[in-house]
Design a protein around this ligand. Structure first.
Ligand code: SF4
Length: 159
């Protein structure tokens, strides 16, 4: 048996630089929590030992947007704080992703009034919407895994 046949029998592994980079990115998310309301309780629960978001490589919060690539928007967004959210998003480096945590961030929820933004996608792009008031931790992890799949698929640099 020659060397080529040996290699074929043992199997081989192929990938691309892009796939390898995206694999690294999806398991090393640096999150920026923008927490405004009661969904924050479930967000904290997700981060605690019982649920352990570290299993997904997304446990490290950065309290500056310049060092973050995952923006969690947790809670109700009003028209007054919308410009702040937009500025934080703009300060994050590419590539970056956004999760709308809970029905208020996703659609305004039951706050159908003059003060609440009817979904943060009126201000910034959103990658994953988490329904629920508030979403349970299992639901949050489901959304996080959806985001990881999206990151793995790419595109690598710009949205
Ligand atoms: S979705 Fe429910 S729990 Fe979350 S911020 Fe809105 S009202 Fe509060």
């Amino acid at each position: 048996m020659n060397q080529e046949q040996d290699t074929l029998q043992e199997g081989f592994f192929t990938t691309s630089v892009r796939a390898a980079l995206n694999w690294g990115r999806k398991y090393s998310l640096f999150q920026y929590p923008f927490v405004t309301a009661c969904c924050g309780m479930e967000y904290m629960s997700v981060s605690c030992a019982h649920h352990d978001v570290a299993r997904f490589g997304a446990e490290v919060p950065r309290f500056t947007p310049r060092q973050s690539d995952l923006l969690w928007v947790v809670g109700t967004i009003t028209h007054k704080n919308a410009p702040v959210l937009k500025r934080i998003y703009d300060q994050m480096c590419e590539p970056k992703w956004v999760i709308a945590f809970g029905v208020c961030a996703s659609s305004g929820g039951f706050y159908d009034n003059y003060a609440a933004v009817p979904g943060i996608d009126h201000i910034i792009p959103v990658d994953v919407y988490l329904p629920g008031c508030p979403p349970r931790p299992e639901q949050v992890f489901d959304g996080l895994m959806m985001l990881q799949e999206k990151i793995q698929r790419g595109p690598m640099m710009l949205k």
